[in-house]
Structures are given as structure tokens and as C-alpha cells.
Write a protein that binds this ligand. Structure first.
Ligand code: SF4
Length: 447
């Protein structure tokens, strides 16, 4: 058993990481699907979108071949509408709410239609928004992820000069660095960021880390307001023996390396165990398999009923050949010559509901052992405790506390997205950015 990179041919990598939800092949196919829409009054699809995209309106615009208008309808609510059309868990949002589900027919392919309009807008570089004249206000945003970009775009439209400080060398945050490459490619993310920034009035300073290259205080002194969209980036530790062995990696780093360094350069084991059952765990497991791992086993401490990922996500992993062991929690990682060789797991049962409302896993005292050469940890993320503490921001377990959706305890400092909610979907971060911009414009008395 070994952890190696470069396991597949160039063609195999290309095939394994090709687009999982391909676009409509023809305009007629898109029009046919758009014409299935019933354009419901009080549309449930729209209500279930965290950014409130007017779904029946943008689909109606497609039916009349007004693709530009359709793209505007989407982007005015969600400037990351192109990326969201690829990564949103639509089965539990808009498509899950579509009335066709109640008629036991396939829901409207809302995401695919959204992709149809937004990608055309990006491809043809349609200028869909005007900026108001500059009003002399300057805002600093920390983080060029979905929340930061969404906030920046609304502010720029209102005539505010925006500077974004981003710790990575590219924008996009989770979209660029944290999602399976068969959903969105790094090249697509780069195009999307460039399209958003093309409105002008947004200066991005890359490789700038809060707490290292600059402080919150310095931003407060130089700008009229500050928005924090710093995400949650630290992988939660398992705190079990053997976690330091070679071959133990966290899922965030694993996915980051795939996206940043290219498929062939990322080492993967023959027998991989993935701890967790959230979206990140699924993305790590499926990509480990697609990089050439022979066996991938997902280990989750509750049952399928409590899984945090959607059924569609789990189905992708199962179709990729990943195996799942329910009711099992990692207890110890054993190594040979400092390299992972075994994962010892505790067998669990479900007890009384915990604070999350789900039945809590309880250790039975029995164990079993998996032969593995790689362990990928996807047991959640922890907030940036020290950053928020150092900045004297009020928080709960590291999650920044806000009023009215965005206002922190420090005057002129606003926050939103994962650093506030602890980690939700990209589309939630986009809405948080809009809420943050609205609060900032109110604070600055800009209409
Ligand atoms: Fe169209 Fe379905 Fe939305 Fe109704 S619920 S407007 S049919 S997409």
C-alpha cells in the first residue's frame, strides 16, 4: 500500500473530473425546459432561494429569448449566480420546492437554466450594471470569497470605493479553493471573479492576511467602514492518538491542493478512509476515488437518517464506488514506520437527541479496524478564535455575533458569511454579503 501521485493518464484525469452537471447542449433544449415552467404565482422555488432570485421571471425571459434580461434578473439577486448554478444543493432549495415534485414529475431544471443565462453573460462579457458616481465613501472588505464579493458588488454599484484584502493569490474563497473540481473548475472560478470585478471600483489586494499583514484597527483608521467575510478555514481536529502520522490529512487541505496544484500532483492512498459525512467529506471521498484510490471508505458516527450531506451528494459518492460505514467513530490511528496503516473505529448506537436536535451517537465499547494508508479528516471546521478575540469582536464559540444580519459590536465593523454562521452554502454567503452591504450603506447614509 502506498500514497502516490500521478496515478492516472492525462485523459483519465480529464474524464474523472469532467463537468458533473453538463449544460444544455442546444438552445432548443433550454427553451423546451423553460417552457415547462408553470410560472407559479407566489412561486415556492423563489421563496426557497436564500438570495430570493425571481425564478419564474428569469425562466420566462429565457422563453422569449431575452437571455440578457434573464441574466440580469439572476445577477441582481445573486452576483455569483453562475457559480451557484453549479454548486447549490438545488435538490433541497429551488428544485426541491418546485411544484412539479407534488405532481410526481421531474422538477424544472432551474440550476441548468440559470447556468444557461449566466454563462452566456460571462462568455459575452455583458455589462449588466451601472455604477453610481463616486460618493467619496471608502470601504475595506476582508476576504474575496462569496460574501466579500457579493458585498463589494452592491457597494460598488452604489458609488462606494471598495478595497478587498484577500489572503490567497486568487479570489472566490470556498468556490475557488474548497469545492470538488468536477463541480466547478479553477478556471471557471477565475472567470467568475473577473466578471464580478469588471464592474470597476473594486480593488483587490491579494496575499494579504488579517492579523499578519494588516490589522482591523489599521482598516478602521483608513476606511469609512469594514466588512469581514473571513470564512471558517480551520479543520477540526479528531483529537485521537495517531493523528500526527504521515498519511493523515484534513479534507480542506486535500481539496485545496487538488484545486491549486492540479490533479496529477496530489498524492492519494490505495485505501483511504474519510471521516465525516458533510459536503466536504463527500467532495474529498469522491475526489480521492477519482484521483485513483482503489478503495475509499467513509466513516460516520450517526446513521444515514442524520447525515448532513444531501442524498444526491451521497449518491455521487456511492456511484463513484465509495463505501460507507454508518455508526462508527474514529478511535485511534495506528502507524508503521510513522505512516498510517490502520484506523481503529468505535461502534456507536444512537442515544437521546443532543443540542442539534439529532440523536447523539453513543460509544458501545466495541471496536473494529480498517486497513488504510490514508485518513482524510472532514469532521467540520472551527472558527478563527484568535482573530476574533484579538480584534475584540463579540462572538459565540468563535462565530462573530451580529445584529440585523451584519452589525458587530464594533462601530463601523460589519461581518457576514461563514465567519458568522459557522459554515453554510455559497448562496447563503452571497445573501450575507448583500445584507452586509445594505447595513453599511445605511451606516454611511448612502442611498
Ligand atoms: Fe416554475 Fe417550478 Fe418555480 Fe413553479 S415552482 S415557477 S413550475 S420552477
Amino acid at each position: 500500500m502506498a500514497i502516490t501521485n500521478n496515478r492516472l493518464t492525462v485523459d483519465q484525469y480529464a474524464e474523472n473530473f469532467s463537468d458533473i452537471h453538463p449544460p444544455f447542449e442546444t438552445k432548443d433544449a433550454a427553451l423546451t425546459e423553460a417552457n415547462r415552467c408553470l410560472f407559479c404565482y407566489d412561486a415556492p422555488c423563489m421563496k426557497s432561494c436564500p438570495t430570493g432570485i425571481d425564478v419564474p421571471k428569469f425562466i420566462k425571459q429565457i422563453t422569449t429569448d431575452n437571455v440578457k434580461g434573464s441574466a440580469h434578473t439572476i445577477f441582481v439577486s445573486n452576483i455569483l449566480g453562475a457559480g451557484c448554478s453549479r454548486v447549490c444543493p438545488v435538490e433541497k432549495l429551488c428544485e426541491g420546492a418546485c411544484v412539479y415534485n407534488f405532481m410526481e414529475e421531474a422538477p424544472i431544471q432551474i440550476a441548468r437554466l440559470q447556468r444557461y443565462s449566466t454563462e452566456k453573460a460571462m462568455e459575452l462579457n455583458w455589462k449588466l450594471f451601472e455604477r453610481k458616481p463616486l460618493n467619496g465613501k471608502r470601504v475595506a472588505i476582508v476576504g474575496a470569497g462569496p460574501a466579500g464579493l457579493s458585498c463589494a458588488h452592491v457597494l460598488a454599484r452604489a458609488g462606494v470605493e471598495v478595497t478587498i484584502f484577500e489572503k490567497e493569490s486568487k479570489g472566490g474563497g470556498l468556490m475557488t479553493y474548497g469545492i470538488a473540481a468536477y463541480k466547478v473548475t479553477p478556471a471557471f472560478c477565475e472567470n467568475e471573479v473577473n466578471y464580478i470585478l469588471s464592474i470597476g471600483g473594486i480593488n483587490v489586494q491579494y496575499n494579504q492576511t488579517l492579523g499578519k499583514d494588516f490589522s482591523l484597527e489599521s482598516l478602521q483608521q483608513s476606511y469609512d467602514a469594514v466588512y469581514l467575510g473571513i470564512g471558517v478555514g480551520l479543520a477540526r481536529q479528531l483529537n485521537i492518538p495517531g493523528e500526527q502520522l504521515t498519511g493523515v490529512e484534513d479534507a480542506i487541505t486535500f481539496i485545496y491542493n487538488i484545486r491549486n496544484n492540479g490533479f496529477a500532483s496530489v498524492p492519494v492512498g490505495d485505501r483511504v478512509a474519510v471521516i465525516g459525512m458533510g459536503m466536504t467529506a463527500i467532495d474529498a471521498a469522491t475526489q480521492a476515488k477519482r484521483l485513483g484510490a482503489k478503495k475509499v471508505t467513509m466513516v460516520y458516527r450517526r446513521t444515514e437518517n442524520e447525515k448532513p450531506c444531501t442524498q444526491e451528494e451521497l449518491d455521487i459518492a456511492l456511484l463513484d464506488g465509495c463505501e460507507v460505514i454508518w455508526l462508527a467513530a474514529p478511535k485511534e490511528i495506528i502507524g508503521e514506520q510513522n505512516r498510517v496503516s490502520k484506523l481503529v473505529c468505535s461502534k456507536m448506537i444512537l442515544g437521546e437527541p443532543d443540542a442539534s436536535g439529532r440523536r447523539a451517537p453513543v460509544d458501545t465499547g466495541e471496536t473494529f479496524t480498517l486497513e488504510v494508508d490514508m485518513v482524510i479528516k472532514a469532521a467540520g471546521q472551527t472558527p478563527y478564535y484568535s482573530l476574533v478575540n484579538d480584534a475584540q469582536l463579540q462572538h459565540q464559540d468563535g462565530k462573530i455575533k451580529v445584529d440585523h444580519g451584519a452589525i458587530t459590536n464594533i462601530r463601523g465593523v460589519f461581518a457576514g458569511g461563514d465567519c458568522v454562521n459557522g459554515g453554510k452554502e455559497v448562496v447563503d454567503a452571497v445573501q450575507a454579503g448583500k445584507d452586509g452591504a445594505a447595513a453599511i450603506l445605511d451606516y454611511l447614509n448612502v442611498s
